[in-house]
Design a protein around this ligand. Structure first.
Ligand code: ADP
Ligand code: ZN
Length: 721
């Protein structure tokens, strides 16, 4: 069983191993059990139902609320060789008939449907006539009124167990609260489901909080350092989204805005352009979320403090779904707290207000912590992170340090105390820096002992100390007395020197993200592969990540995967994709190697993982044999390549494989390439033994190619062995 599953994993998806929990979910579905899986975004949920859909007879029905994503999901499944279709309101009547026909003919592995469609009686009749193997419920939290994405249509899913008592149900969600989880299990009527709760840790995300002072400039700086990467910038209001997007556009950054004020058509268009890599940066309110299925989001920046940790987790979770490292940076300024608090105060229901207050408190604690950010984030989901150092947050990387600030704290609190605890932050800071304001003169505050006690630092610094004192409950702002500052018992102890006061400080703002799994890949080659992917995606009208993920392209650019074996070993290249796109990408890699032989030689020593795949081996054998057949007929490499519509390099590699397999008697080099070229290559090898391919090509005056040299060398090696 495990072996069959592993084979299918290699063959269909091109992956080496299962991600945590995937294997047990797949085997439970196959055994006919209900499943309830809570997995974070990027955890790899779709594979959990696509794999059993492929392995089992009958149809897997996937219910998903994300109509805008269905086509992409179906395209992605098709690209992996699965028979998939979708049914929703966007389909033309003609296509609908075609899909119904396919269901009737039992041609499909997977059918994606919207909950509205699912609730329609005629759909139910059709489905009952079909052979349904199991149901997969995506975004299952939509069935719960407790969740924030409740969809009344989802309630009709409670009928599945009545209409299809024998079909198992697998429900998936990324929403972590326990209350919602229990509700989902009850509403769907899951029967002793296999429960999975994956870790919410996303080890490839780097969490960082930096002080916000001039946000737009700070954002621009970040984007300049991350040119060409895809990312989302979250801002809270429509207005701030627009002003940031405008600023970035003025600075030459191609960024689109996204917020609820745009027409649905504009919103969809902007989202599609982002999904399709037409535009790299989107500035958005949190309305931008559910519809993003892009795997190569490399950064998520928060320009304002989010309202709660759950939202922050979901938003940052959109980064790095492909498992490659991604950057999550929160720009934080305490004035955001004041803004959020203002909105909280408008809330009528005292209970809601209390919840919102608490959520804000947790968020501030995350932003101001001197403990591992990951630990705090996971702690929010009741998950205990046990490592001492996560190595992927600013605190653990030592960017943040605790410094003693007792003396500056005493200066501020002394000014507060001596002026009678009647004044706000601006006036107190003025006293400490020794400002010559009218108010100070009038009140005689220039006579206070603390007047000018902090003139070596500027006002901004003293405002930050005040903010820190507020955050740590050493002072409070009395809302009833014009926000005047007052000391708390804790503050008094610090003022009297009985307690220490510490603040956290950023050591360096610029933090390099630790290298990902494919560190050391050729960026130039990666760029070329990406361009090719973009071209194919345009031609096929699908988002680029449907073709290959960034991670897959990086791996190609690391191992220079120029043979079907190497290409097939790349994570994310399954049989269907190898067949469909392999040659195109191998040709680019070959060309690149030809133009950059020195770099190619460096990469040649890297051992690409070559997967042993039974099915694939046979296929490779077949195509190589085809080349052998043609070679025996006396065709040249060029001719074989032209007839088979493959690269000359690929045919060259077939010949090398054939030679290695002992077919030298069947192959006549002088028929495969021009004898004059062959002789020239042999002489060059003799004369310049040990030289790099590039210098040999140069020495020939570019008369011989890299492919010629490889072929001749392969024959020479056979001869000498
Ligand atoms: P989710 O729906 O849980 O957010 P997806 O199903 O979109 O996640 O998967 C996220 C990414 O992880 C995709 O790019 C997918 O190809 C990749 N992935 C899934 N399973 C594996 C695996 N076993 N090995 C490597 N990559 C995987
Ligand atoms: Zn950490």
């Amino acid at each position: 069983m495990n072996e069959v599953m592993n084979d299918a994993l290699h063959q269909i998806f091109g992956f080496d191993t299962f991600r945590p929990n995937q294997e047990e979910i797949v085997s439970n579905i196959i055994e006919g059990n209900d499943v309830f899986a809570v997995m974070p975004t990027g955890g790899g949920k779709s594979l959990c139902y696509q794999l059993p859909a492929y392995m089992q007879d009958g149809l897997c029905v996937v219910v998903s609320p994300l109509i805008s994503l269905m086509k992409d999901q179906v395209d992605a499944a098709k690209a992996n060789g699965l028979n998939a279709e979708f049914l929703n309101s966007t389909l033309s009547p003609k296509d609908r008939i075609r899909v119904y026909q396919a269901i009737e003919n039992e041609e499909l592995d997977l059918l994606y449907v919207s909950p509205e469609r699912f609730a329609m009686p005629d759909f139910m009749i059709k489905l009952k006539q079909a052979k349904v193997s199991f149901f997969a419920i995506d975004e299952a939290h939509c069935i719960s009124e407790w969740g924030h994405d409740f969809r009344p249509d989802y309630l009709s899913l409670s009928n599945i167990i009545i209409h299809f008592p024998k079909a198992p149900i697998a429900a998936f969600t990324a929403t972590a609260t326990h209350k919602v989880s229990d509700d989902i299990v009850n509403k769907l009527g899951l029967r002793k489901p296999h429960l999975t709760r994956a870790s919410f840790d996303r080890p490839n995300l780097f969490y960082q909080v930096v002080p916000k002072d001039n946000l737009d400039i700070q954002l621009l700086q970040f984007l300049r350092d991350h040119e060409g990467e895809s990312g989302i910038i979250y801002r809270t209001t429509r207005k701030s989204v627009e002003s940031t997007a405008e600023f970035l556009q003025e600075q030459g950054v191609y960024a689109l805005a996204y917020h609820a004020g745009l027409t649905p058509k504009q919103r969809k268009e902007n989202q599609d352009r982002f999904n399709r890599d037409d535009v790299h940066v989107v500035v958005a309110t949190i309305a931008f979320g559910m519809g993003i299925d892009k795997s190569n989001v490399r950064f998520v920046l928060h320009g304002d403090l989010p309202k709660n940790m759950e939202g922050y987790y979901q938003e940052t979770g959109r980064a790095g779904r492909d498992g490659e490292s991604a950057h999550c940076r929160l720009f934080f300024n305490r004035s955001d707290i004041v803004r959020i608090r203002y909105f909280i105060e408008q809330t009528e229901d005292p209970n809601d207000r209390k919840i919102a207050e608490h959520q804000l408190f947790q968020m501030v604690r995350f932003a101001e912590t001197n403990a591992c950010r990951r630990k705090i984030l996971l702690g929010y989901f009741d998950e205990v992170y046990t490592k001492d150092n996560c190595k992927t947050c600013d605190v653990c990387m030592g960017d943040v340090e605790c410094v003693d600030a007792s003396v500056p704290a005493q200066k501020i609190m002394s000014a507060i105390y001596r002026s009678g605890q009647k004044f706000g932050a601006v006036h107190i800071a003025d006293i400490v820096v020794g400002a010559k304001t009218q108010k100070i003169k009038k009140l005689g505050h220039d006579q206070l002992k603390t007047y000018g006690a902090g003139k070596e630092k500027d006002k901004k610094y003293w405002r930050q100390i005040i903010d820190n004192l507020l955050a740590q409950d050493c002072i409070l702002q009395n809302a009833e007395k014009h926000s005047s500052l007052e000391l708390t018992p804790k503050g008094q102890q610090i003022l009297l020197g009985k307690k220490q006061f510490e603040v956290i400080r950023q050591k360096s703002v610029q933090q390099a993200v630790p290298e990902g799994i494919t560190a050391g890949y050729s960026q130039k080659l990666f760029a070329q592969l990406r361009t090719e992917r973009q071209r194919i995606a345009k031609k096929e009208c699908v988002p680029p990540f449907v073709i290959f993920s960034d991670r897959t392209l990086r791996e190609m650019a690391l191992y220079f995967s120029d043979t079907p074996e190497k290409m097939g070993g790349v994570s994310g290249v399954g049989d269907a994709k190898l067949k469909k796109y392999g040659d195109t990408f191998m040709t680019i890699i070959e060309m690149y190697k030809l133009m950059n032989p020195e770099e190619a030689e460096e990469h040649a020593v890297l051992q690409a993982p070559i997967k042993i795949k039974k099915t694939r081996k046979n296929k490779t054998g077949k195509t190589v044999k085809e080349t052998l057949k043609m070679a025996k007929q006396g065709l040249t490499v060029e001719g074989i390549a032209a007839i088979r519509d493959l690269g000359e390099g690929t045919i060259g590699q077939h010949i090398e494989t054939l030679l290695a397999e002992g077919h030298h008697d069947d192959l006549d080099i002088d028929r495969l390439i021009d004898p004059e070229i062959r002789i020239m290559c042999e002489e060059l090898f003799d004369r310049l033994s040990g030289a790099s391919m590039r210098s040999i090509i140069e020495a020939s005056g570019n008369k011989v190619t890299y492919a010629d040299l490889r072929l001749v060398r392969a024959f020479m090696q056979v001869k000498s062995s």
